[in-house]
Design a protein around this ligand. Structure first.
Ligand SMILES: Cc1ncc(COP(=O)(O)O)c(C=O)c1O
Length: 458
């Protein structure tokens, strides 16, 4: 690092999430200065194929002029206005209508926030509010999956089933329960069929609900395909059984579509792809293609009518955020949705799914690759160790940090991916071309070869 380089200045002043802060002070940041399409460039002029869409979000890629122009125009017309005390503005009205029009199930109204965490947090709070409104205030508990990621506010970190969000943070709060990750290949018992696995997980949920009392459970939160949990595609039998069980027990279903929303897994919403009918649906990230923070919480008439009635009794809905429905963010989101429509984004993803997933599946021949999971343009490649005696693949000792090593080497080969334990996540911008997919695969293959050589040399 040169004296007073950007890397040094960063290390002196900036705190980075999901980062070892001490290590960061030694190795410094990768400083990204600009981007175009699926490519970003660092402050030394190195180009990287950005195969993670930043943090699962920049669906339309970098440098989209239309989104930038709409933002500038809206800033000049009406840079800000709150939605509190009966105020509104055209972009937010149009955006709410548009979201309702494309929602996977009939939705009644939309609440806006700035991030996925906030919208999920609001979903939890409004679930409590809803149960008060319908005379069951004892319904306070939430269920989510182990390894699910729903955000980082106190409530959504509690919903998330990841130890790094809990340990030493005094979380999760009481009343937040986590059930088995629906990851068949990881959690099935020896010889257990997919159907038997799904049924066992459902029986475990039933046991938990019966133990706690169904009438104490407010909502079940789930991602149609789990992203940050290592790309887990739940079995359809499991989701169908869960859907029916929640209806039977009058438990609200909140679909967290923060990653899956807007074409990512081959349908406009993951709920359509996975056959889910949520009472509330949360989206963010690709809603504005990450050009500006905005998230949305759609709710059906059952939820909306109850909370509207209660707000009338109380005189006001006691939920407010300065930037809820920010006009610039709403205008950018509207333009992003327009572009998705013009590109027929879900059909495009379905078309690219084969070259993307087949290409990753071909890597199963590589000695480091144990499993490939994915749907649409979202995938995880799990690195495993090949046992020469048995020809079986077994997980690496987590302490070896093989995933992190491979992601670091990929970066040296001009490819940005994310290591989730030993799973390498891929979530490229939806504008990626077939040629760029091939380039991504070629760079990843080179990174795997180098990681293998490094492991053998160690
Ligand atoms: C499924 C899911 N839900 C919620 C969130 C939280 O969104 P945000 O980081 O915008 O608060 C994320 C973030 O990655 C996510 O992947």
């Amino acid at each position: 690092m040169a004296f007073d380089s950007l890397e040094q200045r960063d290390a002196r002043s900036v705190i980075h999430g999901l980062t070892n802060l001490k290590l960061h002070a030694e190795r410094g940041a990768t400083v990204i200065e600009r981007g175009r399409g699926v490519w970003v460039t660092d402050n030394h002029g190195n180009d990287y194929l950005e195969a993670m869409s930043g943090l699962w979000c920049i669906a339309l890629g970098y440098g989209n002029e239309r989104l930038a122009e709409v933002a500038a125009r809206q800033m000049k017309t009406l840079a800000y206005y709150p939605l509190t005390n009966h105020k509104s503005h055209p972009p937010v009205i149009e955006l709410a209508e548009k979201l309702k029009a494309i929602a996977p199930v009939p939705m009644s109204h939309v609440w806006f926030a700035s991030t996925g965490s906030e919208a999920n947090d609001c979903a939890a709070r409004l679930a409590w509010y809803y149960w008060h409104a319908v005379g069951e205030p004892q319904r306070k508990k939430f269920i989510a999956h182990k390894l699910a990621y729903h955000g980082n506010t106190i409530a959504t970190a509690s919903l998330s089933g990841v130890s790094y969000a809990h340990d030493k943070f005094n979380l999760p709060l009481p009343g937040f329960f986590h059930v088995t990750t629906p990851h068949y290949t990881r959690h099935a018992h020896p010889g257990e069929s997919e159907d038997a696995f799904a049924d066992r997980l459902l029986a475990d949920i039933q046991q938990l609900v019966e133990r706690e009392g169904a009438d104490t459970i407010a909502a079940f939160f789930l991602e149609p395909v789990m992203a940050a949990g290592g790309i887990v595609v739940p079995l359809r039998r499991y989701l169908e059984g869960l859907r029916k069980y929640l209806i039977l027990n009058n438990i609200l279903l909140v679909a967290d579509e923060v990653v899956t929303g807007f074409g990512r897994i081959g349908e406009m919403f993951g709920c359509t792809a996975m056959g889910l009918q949520p009472d509330m649906l949360v989206c963010a990230k690709a809603l504005s293609s990450a050009y500006i923070p905005i998230s949305a919480l759609m709710m059906n008439a059952r939820v909306y009518e109850a909370i509207a009635r209660q707000s009338d009794e109380q005189g006001v809905l006691g939920l407010t955020m300065t930037y809820s429905g920010h006009p610039v963010a709403a205008a950018v989101a509207l333009e992003a949705l327009k572009i998705y429509g013009e590109m027929n984004i879900a059909a495009r993803v379905r078309q690219l799914e084969a070259p993307f997933l087949n290409g990753l599946n071909r890597l199963l021949e590589h000695p480091l690759v144990g499993e490939v999971r994915g749907k649409g343009l979202l995938a995880g490649v799990e690195l495993m160790s090949l046992q020469s005696a048995t020809d079986k693949r077994v997980p690496f000792d987590p302490r070896l940090k093989v995933g992190a090593l491979c992601a670091r080497i990929a970066e040296q080969h001009g490819l940005i991916v994310r290591a989730i334990g030993d799973t390498i996540a891929f979530c490229p911008p939806l504008v990626i071309s077939e040629t760029e997919i091939e380039e991504m695969l070629a760079r990843f293959k080179r990174a795997l070869d180098q990681a293998l050589a490094a492991l053998r040399a160690a």
